[in-house]
Design a protein around this ligand. Structure first.
Ligand SMILES: Cc1cc2nc3c(=O)[nH]c(=O)nc-3n(C[C@H](O)[C@H](O)[C@H](O)COP(=O)(O)OP(=O)(O)OC[C@H]3O[C@@H](n4cnc5c(N)ncnc54)[C@H](O)[C@@H]3O)c2cc1C
Length: 338
């Protein structure tokens, strides 16, 4: 099949780039989605899938607002993807319990909850030294990616896998979206001055538990546990600066296992059935870069670090609104570099 010249090229087919490609195609744009490996092969298929702004932001901020907006968009996002493709996505609003490990931690947690209330994050005291976040949810990112692939293909997005972009400045399209996660700023020809992206490795482990045996997400400090619809229970995580290395370290898996058992003692004596790693897209900036690089054809959508699964619907909505209105402006012959 021969494709026409694309209006937009999206570089990187993780959950961010794929969501953007799908939304742009819904607006009738010709979209090419370029991926170095296979669609979703990096951070996006590794992510745990917590949709939990409460554990991520300390108080009002632009990024916090994006996360809250994205959590609100999630039910429609997965619902629309499921009805477009027939793929059932494992998403449920199970809430999250966050427990403080100490008295001082509990004081800090309550202060954070008060600041978060101002941005629309609801929480309530639940038992000793714990808060319950009723709006938090979980999703299986692999289900989202499968549905995004089919939804993109249905709308004639040209998906080019095993097709790394070698030079950005050689791409020919009216708009180019940089959504290559941890790799974004190091692609040859990346515009000067964009924030540096870098990988932040994380280990995860998974147990096969009885379906429905777990309840809300549980978090304490940097340890968390959540259960997918089929009973597979994920424990995370670590924060490691090890470049692009994705190897699984048995000693780190053991430590993570101990942390998971401390948070949820019924895991004691059970052996994880899977351990894996992923590279979060870190960014040398306080927040991800989302939006147009002023007066250029480049649109930035990278640096979502620990929250790209959560932030995908809102990021796609913002980039799509920006590109569609800028291309409309061009087609009406008006300057579009404001
Ligand atoms: C251990 C762990 C746990 C996590 N848990 C959560 C969680 O619970 N909730 C949450 O919201 N987020 C979580 N995250 C974070 C989340 O996974 C990421 O923020 C998100 O997946 C980023 O998506 P992305 O599309 O920007 O990046 P990626 O998925 O990394 O996609 C970028 C893509 O660009 C491609 N690429 C690179 N270079 C090129 C090139 N030159 N040409 C073409 N393509 C290129 C790559 O191959 C890759 O597929 C977690 C991450 C990790 C590692």
């Amino acid at each position: 099949m021969r494709f026409q010249q694309p209006d937009v090229i999206v570089v990187g087919a993780g959950i961010i780039g794929s969501s953007i490609a799908w939304r742009l195609a819904q607006h009738g744009l010709r979209v090419q989605l370029r991926e170095a490996g296979r669609m979703g092969c990096q951070a996006s298929s590794a992510g745990a899938g917590m949709l939990a702004p409460g554990g991520e932001v300390d108080g009002p901020s632009a990024f916090g607002d994006l996360l809250v907006e994205s959590l609100r968009l999630y039910p429609d996002f997965v619902g629309e993807l499921s009805s477009a493709t027939g793929i059932q996505i494992d998403y449920h609003q199970c809430g999250a319990i966050e427990t403080a490990a100490s008295g001082n931690g509990w004081i800090a947690l309550q202060a954070r909850a008060r600041a978060q209330a101002a941005m629309g994050v609801r929480s309530e005291v639940r038992g000793d030294h714990s808060l319950f976040y009723p709006d938090d949810a979980i999703v299986d990112p692999i289900g989202v990616l499968s549905a995004l692939r089919l939804a993109c293909l249905t709308l004639s997005v040209e998906i080019l896998e095993e097709s790394p972009v070698g030079r950005l400045d050689a791409l020919d399209a009216a708009a180019i979206v940089l959504a290559a996660g941890a790799w974004t700023s190091s692609i040859v020809g990346a515009p000067a001055g964009i924030p540096k992206s870098f990988p932040v490795k994380g280990h995860l482990i998974g147990y096969d538990l009885l379906q429905g045996s777990f309840g809300p997400i549980r978090r304490c400090g940097h340890t968390y546990l959540l259960q997918r619809g089929n009973g597979f229970t994920v424990a995370g995580s670590t924060t490691e600066l090890k470049g692009f290395d994705t190897s699984v370290d048995a000693a780190i898996v053991d430590q993570l296992r101990g942390r998971a058992e401390a948070l949820y003692p019924p895991l004691k004596g059970l052996t994880p059935v899977r351990s894996w790693t992923g590279l979060r897209p870190g960014i040398d900036a306080p927040e991800p870069s989302i939006g147009r690089l002023a007066a250029t054809r480049y649109w930035l959508a990278y640096g979502h670090y620990r929250n790209g699964i959560l932030a995908a619907p809102a990021t796609a909505a913002r980039i799509t609104a920006g590109i569609t209105s800028s291309l409309e402006t061009v087609s009406r012959g008006l300057p579009n570099n404001l």
